[in-house]
Design a protein around this ligand. Structure first.
Ligand SMILES: [Zn+2]
Length: 312
């Protein structure tokens, strides 16, 4: 039985040291049978190496004889920051709806902003939700534009056509949302030739796609049941179909990026999108479960599906 914390303070109380955090991580990832990260052998009989008579989590593989700890090949590997600080960062980062800035995290943990920035980067790249299944059922599709705002620019840097869909200074993001789960893709434009292949890749043929009247979606009805809402005519719901959920996600993403992170360069935007999608898609499992899920996700090789099957 793997422990689940009901609150941040309970986690702090039950995991007071780096050592207890390591044991917790071992239990969560291995459940009593350590897996050698070098050759993949899983057994409770790997050698436990002691230093000065004390076992501190260093194993020697029974098969390939390589040494390993539970943090090898995870986001914690090679970090000089103690495991407990990582755990605190993970809890805060995954529980707080809008995330946390590196400046705030550096203050909270008593580390440099550079270290905090590095931790957040690692966290962000492991916060991808891993799902291989296609969306099936009622799927909302919509685009949003993230980027600089003209009112914040110097006159000589203002970009023409900064509003609407023909924007030049913003990065378009395409979103699909089905059954409360969102998937985002950074796109070069919002033309049919860009959006349609993504829809076909991620949504099962025959599903219902709900969009607004943007021309790029014309012709979807050959592969899907296409419900078009005429937003220009103030039609936002028809027969229960709407795009409110995906639009709600956009506002969360925009508030998060501008509120906490102030800006996100196009280069890093996909990571922020992944971060917000991950938090959004796990919003109903509770902070304690999300914390455990995030710890296990520190190992890239475990998929979301496998995790759900584990019922942690
Ligand atoms: Zn091995």
């Amino acid at each position: 039985m793997i422990a689940k914390f009901n609150s941040f303070s309970e986690m702090l109380e039950k995991l007071p040291t780096d050592g207890s955090c390591r044991l917790f991580l071992e239990q969560l990832r291995w459940n009593g049978e350590p897996v050698c990260p070098h050759c993949g052998i899983k057994t409770k009989d790997h050698y436990k190496l002691k230093s000065n008579g004390i076992f501190k989590g260093l194993y020697k593989c029974r098969d390939c004889r390589e040494r390993f700890t539970v943090t090898v090949k995870t986001m914690f590997e090679g970090s000089h920051i103690g495991l407990r600080k990582w755990f605190i960062a993970i809890y805060i980062f995954s529980a707080h709806k809008k995330g946390i800035s590196s400046l705030q995290l550096s203050r909270d943990l008593g580390i440099t902003q550079k270290s905090a920035w590095f931790m957040l980067g690692r966290l962000r790249s492991s916060f991808k939700e891993k799902t291989e299944v296609k969306f099936e059922g009622i799927t909302q599709a919509d685009e949003c534009f993230i980027g600089g705002k003209n009112k914040n620019r110097h006159a000589n840097k203002k970009v023409k056509e900064s509003q609407g869909r023909s924007v030049k200074d913003k990065t378009p993001v395409f979103g699909l949302l089905c059954d409360g789960k969102v998937n985002t893709t950074i796109v070069i434009d919002t033309k049919a030739s860009t959006l349609k292949p993504i829809i076909k890749e991620l949504v099962l043929e025959g599903s219902i796609i709900v969009t607004d009247e943007w021309g790029a979606y014309n012709g979807l009805s050959s592969d899907f049941q296409h419900e078009v809402l005429k937003h220009n005519d103030n039609e936002f719901v028809r027969d229960g179909f709407h795009t409110n959920s995906v639009e709600g996600f956009w506002s969360l993403l925009k508030r998060g990026i501008f509120g906490i992170y102030h800006s996100a360069s196009p280069k890093h935007l996909n990571k922020y999108c992944d971060e917000f999608s991950y938090r959004y898609n796990t919003r109903n499992i509770g902070d304690g479960n999300r914390f455990n899920l995030s710890l296990v996700n520190a190992d890239e090789r475990i998929s979301y599906k496998q995790l759900i099957a584990k019922d942690i």
